[in-house]
Structures are given as structure tokens and as C-alpha cells.
Design a binder for this molecule. Sequence first.
Ligand code: GDP
Length: 198
Amino acid sequence: MNPLYRRAEYVKSAHNLSQLLPDEGREVAFAGRSNAGKSSAINTLTGQRNLARISKTPGRTQQIVFFRLDDERRLVDLPGYGYAKVPPSLKRHWEHTLGAFLSTRQSLKGLILLMDIRHPLTDYDSQMLNWCAEAGMPAHVLLTKADKLGYGNAKNVLLQVQRDLGEYGGETSAQLFSSLKPHGVEELHACLNAWLQL
Ligand code: GDP
């Protein structure tokens, strides 16, 4: 693992687009339905047990959270979507904010989209992929909790998702991932390294 990931540290949280860090350098963002395993994946890929805890702090779950890797590079934890308790006005705010973030953020080089392997490509995921395609933003899908399925079943879901991704027209890829096992961490690092030019 590039030691930069281990040195990832929390910088700030933004509730709207005016509070973002300056749009400079290179960023990779992480998105997914709540409970898809996003915090676990961020902790696993940085080798830090508690880094993404900050994104789970009450009041921060609906914020854009920035983690610094070095002066030029950041990881960005986007709010988990599909959370039932979010009021409709806040849901609309986030739909607007996420769409605008993906389409206008110059430093954003790619989106890691996390999906529980047992429930891939929900409507929300589909919307994110459409936004990515429109914005010309590459998207890499992590099929999380792959340990929940046997290897053969997991591989079949991966093949199906790879086929379905072709329909979105953008630059897409997908892999199996498990924070529990762990599995797929090197493949994820390879994708991040390419986008972050590491
Ligand atoms: P988030 O809401 O997307 O940030 O999801 P979390 O990382 O908090 O994970 C949601 C739940 O899924 C927790 O109970 C985790 O322990 C569990 N989980 C996360 N990753 C894995 C995994 O790789 N395998 C299994 N079996 N469970 C996982």
C-alpha cells in the first residue's frame, strides 16, 4: 500500500457547495446507499480503524467530508443516500448538491460507487451513474460485502453488473470487495493510484 493512504487525515466537512475545499489538485469521491459499507471501505483502504468514524458522527452523516492525503490529493466521503429518516427537503438538497458536485468539480477525477453485492444497482445508484456519464466522470463500482456470497455467486453478480454498467455509456469498471475478509483492496488501490496519479 502506498504510505500516503495510511497518512490520510480528516480536514473538513461541508454542508453545501460554498463550503467545499478549494477546487485544486486531485480528488476521488466515495458514494453509496447508507449501510453499503462505505465507512468500512474507507477505513480498510487507509489501514485506519477509525478514520471514517468522523463521517458517521451525528450531524456529519449528511455532509461532504474531506480527507487529506497530501497537499495535492484528497479522498471525499459523500453523504450516504437512501436513508429513510432524511426529510424530503434535505433529500432534495442533497440530490441537487451531489449532481452539481459531480458535474462541476474540476479536481474530482473519479467516483467510487459502493453497492452491497446483495442489492446492486438500486435507483439511486443508477442516478449516480447517469450523472457520472453526463459529467464525463469515470465510475468504479465496489460490490461490497462480497464475503456474504460464495465465490461463484459473487463472480456471477460481478459479471452481470459489468454487463449492466455498459448501458450507462460512461467510463465504468467494477470489482468485488470485502472489508471483512479483506478482499479487493489492491485492486481498489490500483484504481485510486491511477486517478490520483500516484
Ligand atoms: P456505510 O453506512 O456505507 O458507511 O456502511 P458501514 O461501513 O458502516 O457498514 C454497514 C454495515 O455493514 C456494518 O454493520 C458493517 O459491519 C457491515 N459491513 C461493512 N463492510 C462489510 C464487509 O465487507 N463484509 C460484511 N460481512 N459486512 C460488512
